[in-house]
Write a protein that binds this ligand. Structure first.
Ligand code: BV8
Ligand code: ZN
Length: 243
């Protein structure tokens, strides 16, 4: 890994346009379970079983149990050295975009500014009737929270499987992938679309792409750099010479 990291540091220190894509792996060292790693997710449910509009229509109370469990868990954790290193990187690069698939809000908490939360944010709720979106950091929203304005049932303001991403958000993510000279892919299994296609959008436009993960992924073979190890250790090493 020594060779890879030194070569990568030489590229990144000179890079003017950098885009980063993160997944659940960057929050793993904060204690947030990933979706497909060992330990799965919640009561043996696959995330694709519970993070869908159909599941919410069928049993909103069960889905709120799932999201209240995640709210409680994430309210007890904080960002880690990997999130902090990306805040450092953002300070150093003049054209920087951080795209995250995570809904845990830890990049925002760490101080990232140029941030696209393409799957939404766990701490926001949206009324299924009037559509109003509010930030609510309660650890437990109750069995079936309702909108104070119209009484409609509230849902987590995240993008579920089978739901389209916000067009403006995905447009900005594609632009940031196509216009960068260097893209870091951190802590994602590269399964979920359309996020998983962004690395290839960057590569198709001539960017160098690097993967940081504790294991190989289906995308590893396409990468210019593959650094195997925890994001919380590798990312700080990448930015240590900036100051
Ligand atoms: C959509 C919010 C149009 C909810 C999430 C082809 C094209 C288009 C769509 C599809 C397609 N094929 C299939 C689809 C449908 C679907 C999809 O991709 N399904 C997958 C399962 C195949 N996509 C969609 O539905 C998307 N919508 O495309 O709209 C459309 C409309 C109708 C019909 C069709 C298409 C919406 C997708 C968004 C879903 N919402 N989250 C919530 O979180 O509550 S996705 C969910 O998975 C999370 O956001 C998560 O971040 C994301 C991706 O998972 P990862 O982040 O990669 O996490 P994972 O656990 O998998 O991997 C962790 C990695 O970290 C591992 O590699 C591990 O090794 C590594 N790791 C662990 N520890 C560390 C580490 N790395 C470094 N350091 C460590 N310490
Ligand atoms: Zn309402």
């Amino acid at each position: 890994m020594e060779k890879g990291i030194n070569e990568l540091k030489k590229v990144i220190i000179r890079a003017k346009r950098v885009t980063v894509l993160t997944g659940a792996g960057i929050s793993a060292e904060s204690g947030v379970p990933t979706f497909r790693g060992s330990g799965g997710l919640w009561r043996n449910y696959e995330v694709t079983d519970v993070a869908t509009p159909q599941a919410f229509a069928r049993d909103p109370k069960l889905i709120w149990e799932f999201y209240n469990w995640r709210r409680d868990l994430i309210s007890k954790v904080t960002f880690n050295a990997g999130h902090k290193a990306l805040v450092e990187l953002e300070k150093h690069v003049n054209d920087f975009t951080l795209i995250t698939q995570n809904v845990d809000g830890l990049h925002r908490q760490a101080g990232s500014k140029r941030l696209l939360e393409i799957h939404g944010n766990l701490w926001e709720v949206r009324c299924t009737k009037c559509g109003v979106v509010t930030m609510d950091r309660s650890k437990n929203m109750g069995q079936l929270p309702t909108c104070t304005a119209c009484g409609g049932i509230l849902r987590p303001n995240v993008i579920w499987f089978g739901e389209s991403l916000n067009p403006d958000m995905i447009h900005k993510a594609i632009e940031a992938s196509q216009n960068c000279e260097f893209m870091l892919i951190v802590g994602t299994s590269g399964i979920v679309q359309p996020a998983a296609s962004l690395a290839f959008q960057a590569k198709a436009k001539g960017a160098l792409i690097a993967e940081i993960n504790i294991e190989q992924t289906p995308q590893s073979g396409h990468m210019d750099f593959v650094l195997t190890g925890p994001a919380g250790e590798i990312l700080p090493m990448l930015v240590e010479d900036f100051n």
